[in-house]
Design a protein around this ligand. Sequence first.
Ligand code: HPA
Length: 239
Amino acid sequence: MSIHIGAKSGEIADKILLPGDPLRAKFIAENFLEKAACFNTIRGMLGYTGFYKGQAVSVMGTGMGMPSISIYVNELIRDYGVKKLIRVGTAGSIDPNVHVRELVLAQAAATNSRIISNDWPEYDFPQIADFTLLDKAYHIAENLGLVSHVGTVLSSDVFYSSMPERNIQLGEYGVKAIEMEAAALYYLAARYHVQALAVMTISDSLIHPEEDTTAEERETTFTDMMTVGLETLLADNKG
Ligand code: HPA
């Protein structure tokens, strides 16, 4: 056991899908994995290990925001030896060409958090995806006929920003969407020499707030994103 994860050693696969919502982890385990067994219920942050196309894969919620995902990712890497981590989540578009239901593959993550600059105050430390995972995910999405955008996201500490226009302005500098976890995931992956990628479905648009989705449409797109995540975990057998 680690402090926040109740799994015994060996109960977590070295490849993991990380949705923010623990109930989405349960959904993925029940609908995509075979022989899934729950390894964590501490704080309701459900985690499961099962098999996808014959290979052991885990899935676990991270909660929302960088402090929360950092706790789980630290323990998954350091205490359970996880080597490939793919976040599957939602993001708000700040690019007029990035629409709801489309995918964003976060090649890089900017952040307004001090989580990285606390460690590196004198540097702008870039948070980047593992290129192999990114490359695989891009082609898998393309083969599935999905629209995916590759570029920078903003990992924000604040969902209800009192100055949303500041974040939206970043769209003019090529930032495609706002979410709340990727920068911390990439930072920890760099720190511990493991592979990470964040794949997001656009759930809302900050510049076209009228763009909306039905519950059914959201479900289908989220399902597509899980397939991209799982296939990418399997496709990359580099190490
Ligand atoms: N901001 C931050 N995180 C998000 C958003 C947003 O607008 N939409 C979905 N996740």
